[in-house]
Design a protein around this ligand. Structure first.
Ligand code: G3P
Ligand code: MG
Length: 260
């Protein structure tokens, strides 16, 4: 069964970087707040200097952690890939957003950026499906990136409903070469390919994750009829969400918990 095939609901709401409106994005705190509200989580992953997966959206650490305070440096560049996991685990990814320590009552949660494995453990414990978005890591060979991902997710494939997506479509073909049964989705935010059906078929993906601004150019019915799921990002208004569902889009990435 593919990732989207495991949902019986028609319209799905995705917690974009966790429940980002009310909690620090891409943290266990945001994921916990999404439980019982959203149908699944969307997270962004990147590799540390020592090739461990952590949850982080930006290529650099300064917007969502206190790295400038913990590891001040003169060049003011704080790339994820320049720090080891051990170093990143010394950071606080919550205090830029929250005034109070969020996990007083539950010390199993970490203030540091979570690892992919910690996040998958959370999903397993809470039966929460997850869309893992691989951020583009330009200096690392695609086949090595996907090998490292499989190393982390393989033991969770039977217990967590997992979908892998990326703006770098090489990762998706590489994943399919490793295992045809993985559920994958392409991310597109600019320049819709000319023959989208042909392209989706070539990549053997299950879904198209598309910026909402491109929906007017997309043959939504045709894509749906060919068996590809369409999900749109990022939509934060009730009227817009209702309209996009009505167009035939199955799932919506939102920072906010909005019911229709
Ligand atoms: O995966 C959909 C969406 O998350 C892509 O945008 O920049 O928030 O990762 P971004
Ligand atoms: Mg993302």
């Amino acid at each position: 069964m593919s990732f989207y095939g495991n949902f019986s609901k028609k319209n799905l709401l995705i917690a974009h970087r966790g429940y980002r409106e009310i909690a620090p994005e891409n943290t266990l705190y945001a994921f916990r707040e999404a439980l019982g509200r959203f149908d699944f989580l969307e997270i962004d992953i990147q590799l540390t200097k020592d090739n461990r997966w952590i949850i982080m959206h930006d290529e650099t650490l300064e917007r969502t952690t206190n790295i400038k305070k913990i590891f001040p440096n003169s060049n003011n560049i704080y790339k994820v890939n320049d720090y080891t996991l051990n170093e990143i685990k010394k950071l606080d990814a919550t205090s830029w957003f929250l005034k109070e320590e969020p996990f007083k009552e539950n010390k199993t949660f970490t203030l540091a950026p979570p690892t992919l494995i910690e996040t998958l453990e959370f999903c397993k414990r809470n039966s929460m499906p997850i869309n893992i978005e691989i951020k583009d890591m330009v200096n690392i060979e695609a086949s090595y990136v996907t090998k490292l991902l499989i190393d982390d997710i393989s033991t969770y494939l039977s217990s967590v409903n997992i979908l892998i997506s990326s703006f770098n479509h090489k990762y998706l073909t590489s994943l399919k070469e490793i295992s045809n049964s993985l559920s994958t989705a392409i991310n597109i935010e600019d320049n819709l390919p000319n023959n989208i059906i042909e392209y989706l078929s070539y990549l053997q993906v299950d879904a198209l994750h598309i910026d909402k601004k491109l929906l007017k150019e997309l043959a939504i019915t045709e894509v749906n009829n060919r068996g590809f799921t369409i999900s749109a990002f990022t939509v934060n208004s009730k009227d817009e969400i209702a309209d996009i569902y009505n167009q035939g889009v199955r799932a919506i990435f939102s920072d906010m918990y909005i019911t229709i």
